[in-house]
Design a protein around this ligand. Sequence first.
Ligand code: FEO
Length: 670
Amino acid sequence: MHFTRKVTQYLTWVGADDRRLACFEGVYGVPDGVSYNSYLLQDEKTVLFDTVDKAVYQIFFENLSSALAGRKLDYLVISHMEPDHAYTIEALLTRYPEVTIVCNSKIQAMLGQFFDLDFTGKLQLVKEGDVFSSGKHSFTFVMAPMVHWPEVMMTYDLTDKLLFSADAFGTFGSLNGRLFADEGDFFGENLDEARRYYTNIVGKYGAQVQAVLKKAAKLELDYVCPLHGPVWRSHFGDFLEKYLLWSSYTPEEKSVCLAYASVYGHTENAANILAGKLVERGVKVRMFDTSVTPASYIVANAFRCSHLVFASTTYNAGIFVTMENLIHDLVNHNLQNRAVVLMENGSWAPTSGKLMREALSSLKGVRFLNDTVTIKSALKEDQLAQLDAVADAIASELVPVQPAAAESSLSTAEPSGPLPVDDKAFRKMTYGVQVLTTCADGKDYGCIINTAVQVASGNPKKLSISVIRKNNTCDMLLKAGKFNISILTEDAPYSIFELFGLQSGREVDKFARYPGDDRLSNGIRYIPEYTNAVLACEVIETKDLGLSMLFIANVVESKVLSSGKSCSYDYYHAHIKPKKNPAPEQKEGYVCKVCGYFHEGSDLPDDFTCPLCKHGKEDFEYVAPAGKKKQKGYVCTICGYFEPCEGELPDDFTCPLCNHGKEDFEPAEQ
Ligand code: FEO
């Protein structure tokens, strides 16, 4: 019986879980299984994105047949030729002989290597930036060499802002019915396996991952669909932050990964004593016996921790076998930028320390904190001072020095009159984010606010809102005298905030996204998705506050729509608003704000249209070349608009994009 799930209205997950696999790639234990993801798009043409491993081919074909619902399969897009995704291609061609394969030339070469099939006339070759259409959806292609093989490419759906990311952003572990990362506690339950997947599968290729992340940073992402693990439709920025750390070999935490190899327990004893001394000094320690814990788990923790301690007995005049395997794996995975402490044991000729040092010295940014601690059979009392010195050296780098009491400004500061009003203090207050909607002269209006507050209980309950006066919605609300408040939830994607917060109703139909025409009995629309409640209100009083207009209103109708957690203004900034990624080496040119296409050059002709998404010159913004002198000014913390300004912004300044006032700007250089 088929088992599929919808990703979007048009896209269906047709993959499968494998919980019987002992070792992924023959090396990495997967006690929680693994998923092989494949996705079917039903548009004017049908498009399958990758196939699956042979282990799950039967359920995959049931899923595909069910999702196709009698239609023929028009296209197969291949992202990656590793057999965990490509094994089933031959069987697919037998069942769907009319399918056209969309791939790049490196994939074409590998198809010939893996399969004794004649692909003549069956391939449509694409390269970086090409555009492919399936009808309502247009796609462009992003080459991602070495993430994880050289032929890998990602596919970006320009219509649904959805990235098929191949192995990137994948995770070990079966889906267990949970398709989306936000359908469970990903960061509590799955992050360790995501880290183990990344570091062991693509950890070696940090530079290539960084290159792809810089390309991806230009894309607007509502969905990310990897080949393993859950689909991302919210909170992706938090996962992306981890990728930025892992791929740049930056530790996630200031802590120690302590791995030891011990035959009869004496090396283990020394490792335990050092761990105790570290913990007594306030250092966090993650400790592993290399004979018990598979190397892939320790590799993942070595990527996580800032400091590494390796303690190994000597065996056959070398490093003990399980430690040797671990060191070999770390070198092969190209770990960088770590502080290392070494301990060796040997009853007659200890050599493991020297050999570990030689192997790890080849890694960029690795520094050794000590001369190797040498144990002859068992640690002796007079060696404890050596371990104290090691623990002190590590703690001095990891444990923050407490400020002396006399330096505390709280204890000694003399009162010196009122402090200036610090705008940042207002961000510490708890605000929710809502969509305010109204209707005037037969037209619907809406904007994002973070100002709805219940100001009176009783019957009727009352609430207040304030709206920026320059917003079109404010004028229409004054006219209509009534409005709805849709309370947004934490899973709301950034596109909702863009739609209602950064665009004007004078220029776009903000409700085109919602063909359902959902209205309360007052005839005003509300937002049916990513919303947990809606309230209908009638204005009873207004007050002009200068830049904003205050409305006090009776609540005349309300209903709960979902159990989703309300999104706070702070949560929006921390988890939904896209983070700025490290800027790539930048040439002078113009970047398309819609799809990220970059046009190099100092001029952009008036009739220029984006070759990817067809938007015109007005949707491009100038990008200065690297090294160009930075300009002082202020950036809008709401929408990112930059206003060049040498001195202070005028008090009545408002953002030309989102109409927020001077209080929402902070100094910046661009
Ligand atoms: Fe999941 Fe590189 O294959």
